[in-house]
Write a protein that binds this ligand. Sequence first.
Ligand code: SF4
Length: 97
Amino acid sequence: MEFTALLGQSLGGAERSWQSRANCMGVDPELFFPERGSSTREAKEVCRGCVVQADCLEFAIANGEKFGIWGGMSERERRRVRRARLVIKQPGRVAAS
Ligand code: SF4
């Protein structure tokens, strides 16, 4: 199954418009879900030139995607973005590490 097919399973109809322009169309989804400790470089290379990278990243963050490379970021990198946004929304709050 292609990664974009996996995306299609997760997305609602209105949210799918960006999926058809994804760079990962036709790419083996295993590339985006590497084994723990494996390189994410190849997946990030595919994402680097993707015109819907921002949509993909926002989708993953909004839906709490815990696994895989989305929007060119690993789960750890997305967690940092979520925490940073929480701090911005709640300036007095200190994000847990
Ligand atoms: S950013 Fe990466 S994972 Fe997301 S749609 Fe584009 S190529 Fe696929």
